[in-house]
Design a binder for this molecule. Structure first.
Ligand code: ZN
Ligand code: MN
Length: 142
């Protein structure tokens, strides 16, 4: 297999994994999944391809301050909810408020292209004190 073909195959496998989930995975999780398909792939290669795909505008990185980067193959603007206990990130079926962009642009003179919003709190599972996620946290497994 040529080097170019190998690189294309790696990139497509990584994108395939990301497109196949709605869990907004971390690079490590993607790496574990891609290894089923390409056992000798390195974590560095996964990171490099994620950067590349992001620059090409094919995927989105959820990289809010102080959190581990998670990736999303859905690049249409949408809001997220991040559980502060288990760290899971969920898509929200909430319309994006374009008026906020205009508002900020008008008040500041900035050219606003879009905004990103992440809600925080506890997911349904973590609101139950006996949830597996809570238990794992209690046992120090997460
Ligand atoms: Zn949770
Ligand atoms: Mn999303």
């Amino acid at each position: 297999m040529s080097a170019v073909h190998r690189k294309t195959k790696q990139k497509e496998a990584i994108l395939g994994v990301l497109k196949g989930t709605t869990s907004h995975p971390t690079a490590d999780w993607i790496y574990e999944q891609v290894r089923c398909e390409i056992p000798n792939i390195s974590l560095g290669t996964v990171y490099r391809n994620l950067r590349l795909l992001q620059r090409e505008g094919v995927i989105m990185e959820l990289d809010l301050a102080g959190t581990l980067s998670r990736f999303d193959a859905n690049i249409h603007n949408h809001y997220h909810f991040r559980c502060e206990q288990c760290g899971r990130v969920f898509d929200l079926d909430e319309p994006v408020d374009k008026a906020m962009d205009d508002n900020v642009a008008q008040k500041t003179g900035f050219k606003v292209t879009h905004h990103r919003l992440e809600f925080r709190g506890l997911c349904i599972d973590c609101q139950r004190s006996d949830s597996p996620e809570s238990l794992k946290k209690y046992l120090g497994l997460t």
